[in-house]
Design a protein around this ligand. Structure first.
Ligand code: NAD
Ligand code: DAU
Length: 356
């Protein structure tokens, strides 16, 4: 079992990364320090960790505002903090944005990962008591028909600029493990939901639009299928892989919880109606089928039997409980939503969604 003194978390001010830092700093099996390296793009918000900064800033929690595309900045953070593990969340993560503007996806997801690997290789040399954990997505495997599921053996078949850039970054991590002996693990996870998710993604976008009486845009026929997992279950799996996963190995993480988009939206409508005291019929009338996402993947599903049998992982959160608590979180954080949706995000939405 590995143990770490200083973990460098990239993208720790985003959705999954901020949840990971909170999870990690609350655990008894980690007593070390966390360095959050984040460029604070539109998706990164220091407010997500304001409580951690207030209680542990300067003792166990450190923030470095840096862009992973800047090798010198990454090397300086390595030099300053001397991490013995990296968990790499930082990425451009939204498929729609990658279709409208792929350049940032290539530079951040590919070049940024390359820079981190180079910095780790130079700093760690041939150390074996270190780990580079790369957080990736099930989208690298492409799209499924009605049956079957993705596993670690599934060949890569990325179909959007986002998934192609993530697939390339996965392969770079593998290559550094193989060629330079860098101790590395990779995880490929399905769709996350939970607190602090930026409201451009399906679940928070729909909740907020319902509360604001705006239309609920369903892409195409809405029969695309996603496998939903609560962010805390994902992060528990990432931590388990970091502690006990075999170097050089990939682990698929999924919720074993497939939902057609329209069915999920129906369930969200029921929950928001109950929790916010709104009329479900009025909410249903907001559902609008819009032009489909170009190249939209039809179905994702994950077979996570390796993670379960090798490392003993089990999903802790039921979907009903997780979705309801997520709805409650957004209801209780309207100010946060308003703040993250203002500025750059608002103008991006106005420009790109006005056309639908
Ligand atoms: P997010 O968009 O919410 O957060 C990304 C974070 O990375 C932000 O804090 C942002 O400021 C930071 N960042 C972006 N570009 C950067 C750069 N050039 N330098 C430094 N920091 C930068 O993303 P998320 O949903 O939390 O996803 C985190 C990771 O998990 C990504 O690698 C994503 O591919 C992967 N993943 C996400 C999901 C999901 O459902 N959201 C599922 C599987 C895997
Ligand atoms: O599968 C893992 C991936 O899940 C992650 O790698 C990505 O970072 C993450 O963004 C997510 O990608 P998706 O494209 O599946 O997520 P998104 O929330 O954008 O969309 C979920 C589904 O809902 C998808 O089929 C598109 C559809 N959709 C989405 C939005 C935002 C709609 O129908 N309407 C919408 O307005």
């Amino acid at each position: 079992m590995r143990s770490f003194k200083t973990i460098l978390v990239t993208g720790g001010s985003g959705f999954i990364g901020s949840n990971f830092i909170r999870y990690l700093l609350g655990r008894e099996d980690f007593q070390g320090r966390v360095v959050n390296l984040d460029a604070l793009t539109y998706a990164g918000n220091p407010e997500n960790l304001a409580d951690i900064e207030a209680s542990l800033g300067g003792s166990r929690y450190f923030f470095e505002k840096a862009d992973i595309r800047d090798l010198a900045a990454v090397q300086a953070a390595f030099e300053r903090h001397k991490p013995d593990a990296i968990v790499h969340f930082a990425a451009e993560s939204h498929v729609d944005r990658s279709i409208l503007g792929p350049a940032d996806f290539v530079t951040t997801n590919l070049m940024g990962t390359f820079n981190l690997l180079e910095a780790a290789r130079a700093a760690w040399k041939d150390r074996s008591d270190v780990l580079f954990h790369h957080v990736s997505t099930d989208e690298v495997f492409g799209s499924l028909g009605e049956g079957g599921s993705f596993s670690e053996e599934t060949p890569y078949d990325p179909r959007s600029p986002y998934s192609a850039s993530k697939a390339g970054s996965d392969q770079l991590v593998r290559a550094y493990g193989h060629t330079y002996g860098l101790p590395a693990t990779i995880s490929n996870c399905s769709n996350n939901y939970g607190p602090y998710q930026f409201p451009e993604k399906l679940v928070p976008l729909m909740i907020l639009n319902m509360l604001e009486g705006k239309s609920l845009p369903v892409y195409g026929d809405g029969k695309q299928v996603r496998d939903w997992i609560h962010v805390e279950d994902h992060n528990a799996a990432v931590w388990l892989v970091m502690r006990e996963g075999r170097a050089g190995r990939t682990y698929c993480i999924g919720g074993e919880n497939e939902w057609e988009n329209v069915r999920l939206l129906g369930r969200l409508i029921e929950l928001v109606a109950e929790e916010a005291g709104l009329d479900p019929e009025k909410l249903r009338s907001l559902v609008t089928h819009v032009k489909d996402r170009p190249g939209h993947d039809r179905r994702y599903a994950i077979d996570c039997s390796r993670l379960k049998s090798e490392l003993g992982w089990e999903r802790a959160m039921s979907f009903d409980e997780g979705l309801r608590s997520t709805v409650r979180w957004y209801l209780g954080h309207r100010d946060w939503c308003e703040r993250v949706r203002s500025g750059e995000y608002r103008s991006w939405m106005d420009k790109n969604y006005a056309r639908r």
